[in-house]
Structures are given as structure tokens and as C-alpha cells.
Design a protein around this ligand. Structure first.
Ligand code: ADP
Ligand code: MG
Ligand code: ZN
Length: 212
């Protein structure tokens, strides 16, 4: 056995931060802001994003307001781990954008990183386009030191928006895009199944086929 633990152990340097909210709420902007400040503080920063999100630039994360920061695009969780783990002795801050596109193993990975003393900042959608929790973000929120929940502006009425409205009838969970495919909506304006709701509002019969 080693020596007795110090009476006042040093503050643990590791930290998990989650930035969440609907599309257009400024998650990527806030992630970029925090990572740029860490770079100004001369911390060694690395940022990842899933490579299915190549809307603006493959080698950077980007906000809808055109802020950018260099990032490594990885195909999936396995590739993220493969690229990140060998860097652990040289990196101090890890950013991950669009974290909802990685699998639930992101939770134990975030725990591993924080126990190594890293600052881990994860940005991602808290809910899907039908308004349900979008794993693994809820789990990451639960283990985080700090959660920042942002709202967007409802594109229908201007109120604070907590939802991501899918426009059109495509119902697959992952459909990457931005303006034109999605818009931010408040609770009152959010129609999780837009086509069904429209049919109901028109008092048309709603069959199972209406959603396809
Ligand atoms: P997120 O990563 O959460 O999708 P971004 O950080 O990429 O959001 O973009 C946020 C920016 O998007 C805002 O600063 C604003 O310029 C722009 N924007 C476009 N539509 C909206 C909206 N409905 N509500 C708020 N911001 C919007
Ligand atoms: Mg974003
Ligand atoms: Zn609204």
C-alpha cells in the first residue's frame, strides 16, 4: 500500500461539460467559443465530429453562423476511440460536436477521459425530431459536471424554441441537413408528425400509410 491520502487532495482537473438544445440553438457556436478560449489558454485541444455531418467543411466543425474550428471527422464511435486514445497523453481538452450521432459507449468513454484529468465538452441534440430523448445525450447530461441547455428562436412565432421540427415526410432518425429540412419550434408550434397533424387539422382520415 502507498502513503495515506493527503488531507486536502488537489482539485480534480477532469470535467465533463454538455451543451445541448434543439437545432439552431447555438450548440456548435458555444462549443467553438469554449474550445477557442482553451486554445488561447494554451491548452492542447482536439475536436471531433461524425463524418456524416459534412455540411460545411469536412475538416472543421461549423455553426450555422459560419464560425469554424478545425476538427477530425470520424466515421463512428470505434474510429473516434482509435484516433483519440493514442492522443490521451498529449491532449487536455476534447470537444465532440453532434455527440448524439455516436453510440452509448460515449458515456463510458467520457468517464474514462474525465478520470484521466481531461476536460470533455460534448455538444448535441437533446431530443429527436419527434421530441423524444436522443441517446446518449441524456446519459451524458446525467454524468456531466455542467449542462448548458440552450434554446433557439421559434421560426413560427419567435418564442424560445426547445424543439427541432422536421419539415416534410422523411421519418428516418438521422437525416442530416439544416435550413429547409429542419426548423426550431416552441412547444406550441411543434408538430412532431407534421404530415399526420396536417391531416388531422384538415379533418382527413389518418391511415398508417399517411406517415410513410
Ligand atoms: P446548433 O449547433 O445548435 O445547431 P449553431 O451554433 O450551428 O446551432 O448556430 C446558431 C446560429 O444559427 C445562431 O447564432 C443564428 O445565427 C443562427 N440561427 C438560424 N436560425 C436560428 C433560429 N431559429 N434560432 C436561433 N438561431 C438561429
Ligand atoms: Mg451544431
Ligand atoms: Zn412558436
Amino acid at each position: 500500500m502507498g502513503s495515506a491520502p493527503a488531507a486536502h487532495p488537489a482539485v480534480h482537473p477532469g470535467r465533463i461539460e454538455v451543451i445541448t438544445g434543439p437545432m439552431f440553438s447555438g450548440k456548435s457556436e458555444e462549443l467553438i467559443r469554449r474550445l477557442k478560449r482553451a486554445q488561447i489558454a494554451k491548452r492542447r485541444v482536439v475536436c471531433f465530429k461524425p463524418d456524416l455531418d459534412i455540411r460545411y467543411n469536412r475538416n472543421a466543425i461549423a455553426s450555422h453562423s459560419a464560425q469554424t474550428l478545425d476538427a477530425l471527422a470520424v466515421a463512428n464511435f470505434e474510429e473516434l476511440k482509435m484516433v483519440l486514445l493514442p492522443m490521451l497523453d498529449t491532449v487536455e481538452v476534447v470537444g465532440i460536436d453532434e455527440a448524439q450521432f455516436f453510440d452509448p459507449s460515449l458515456v463510458p468513454l467520457a468517464n474514462h477521459l474525465v478520470h484521466k484529468g481531461l476536460r470533455v465538452i460534448l455538444a448535441g441534440l437533446d431530443t429527436t425530431f419527434v421530441g423524444e430523448p436522443f441517446a446518449p445525450i441524456p446519459e451524458l447530461m446525467a454524468i456531466a459536471d455542467e449542462v448548458t441547455k440552450l434554446s433557439a428562436v421559434c421560426m413560427q412565432c419567435g418564442a424560445p424554441a426547445v424543439h427541432t421540427q422536421r419539415l416534410g415526410s422523411n421519418q428516418s432518425l438521422v437525416l442530416v441537413g439544416a435550413a429547409g429540412i429542419y426548423e426550431a419550434r416552441c412547444r406550441a408550434c411543434f408538430l412532431p408528425w407534421a404530415e399526420k397533424q396536417t391531416a388531422e387539422q384538415l379533418e382527413l382520415p389518418v391511415s398508417a400509410g399517411t406517415r410513410s
